[in-house]
Design a protein around this ligand. Structure first.
Ligand code: UDP
Ligand code: MG
Length: 321
């Protein structure tokens, strides 16, 4: 169906959100409705195992602007976002979570900012992080601190709740990488941006779907895809150790030649341990980068669509692996 230009697309990745999907989407649609009648609400079902798709069908039949894309399995939020963004046709694209933790009240304000040409990217940043476990909060702090030190992008408080102008979406679309870290990518893209602060609301239902391991993977991907600094770090440490061992070697040799007995194995043991750990660390870091390169060169599609509620474009990513 090819209709006139759509003003705003709202992209929401969902995974096992059946319980509250209808209510959530109606609430969100209500807020968009306040600003524009020309919108589409693209819901990407990231391989849910509950009734999410069925619920989505119900909403689709009630609100014609809602459109569903179903991925063939759970690809993770990042990929689901990619799917949604690639399908979005609006002049501005808003991305947000499907659990009302991103307050939909901000949508009209975001659209106003965008209309008045304030900026190409309107970001909503977390003023206070919602209720979450101590470990999760600390983990997030550590992660953003690390990212800021390693790459100079300050992603503190960054969330995946933002509005992107068509121009930004087009620029994003030509970034070919498979391993995506959305927050980092939008920071890298540049463009003028404004920030709106918000408090993270408690999750409407259910618990966060992130597992510790997934978060660690996301953090690793963020570092690996955004900076090769850890690689240089290992080389620098390696060089320092080399200089150290040359000096120590000369000294040992000198002592030997002077006939002074070696006084113990302490140095040897310390050296062995530290060198070995450095080597292991180095190999580990290399491994991460090689894994990332491997994933990129495989060149697989980021996601596979299995079903759609309506045909938006013909050049779809429906292929088999
Ligand atoms: N989500 C997804 N695929 C996943 C995990 C999560 O599409 O594999 C969606 C989820 O349905 C929600 C959003 O991503 O709309 C954020 O997830 P969640 O609320 O679990 O994360 P948090 O708010 O704790 O960051
Ligand atoms: Mg959430």
């Amino acid at each position: 169906m090819n209709q006139a230009v759509i003003e705003v697309s709202v992209v929401i990745p969902v995974w096992n959100e059946a319980q509250h999907l209808q209510q959530t989407l109606k609430t969100i649609a209500g807020f968009i409705w306040q600003s524009t009648k020309s919108f589409e609400l693209i819901i990407v079902d990231d391989g849910s195992t509950d009734e999410t798709w069925a619920e989505l069908m119900v909403v689709c039949s009630e609100i014609p602007q809602v459109e569903g894309i179903r991925l063939s399995r759970n690809f993770g939020k990042e990929r689901a976002l990619c799917a949604g963004l690639e399908h979005a046709q609006g002049q501005a694209v808003i991305i947000m979570d499907g659990d009302l933790q991103h307050p939909p009240e901000l949508i009209p304000q975001m659209i106003d900012y965008w209309r008045s040409n304030t900026a190409k990217i309107i970001e909503c940043v977390k003023k206070r992080r919602g209720k979450e476990s101590f470990g999760y909060g600390m983990g997030a702090k550590l992660f953003y601190w690390l990212i800021q030190k390693l790459t100079r992008y300050d992603l503190h408080g960054a969330s995946d709740y933002k509005l992107l102008d068509r121009q930004v979406v087009e620029a994003w679309a030509i970034m070919p990488e498979r391993i995506t870290f959305f927050r980092g990518m939008t920071a890298w893209l540049g463009f003028s941006r404004v920030q709106i602060e918000f408090d993270v609301a408690p999750r409407i239902e259910g618990t966060t779907s992130w597992k510790f391991t997934t978060l660690v993977r996301l953090a690793l991907h963020a570092v690996v895809t955004f900076t090769s600094w850890p690689l240089s770090f290992v080389s620098i440490i390696g060089m320092m150790f080399f200089v150290g061992s040359v000096i120590l070697g000369i000294q040992t040799l000198y002592m030997k030649l002077m006939g002074v007995a070696v006084t113990g194995f302490t140095t040897v043991i310390l050296l062995l341990l530290s060198m070995n750990s450095m080597i292991m660390l180095g190999i580990g870091i290399l491994g991460e980068y090689i894994a990332a390169i491997y994933d990129e060169v495989k060149g697989r599609p980021r996601y596979i669509v299995s079903q759609k509620t309506r045909n938006v474009r013909s050049d779809e990513n429906i292929s088999d692996q």
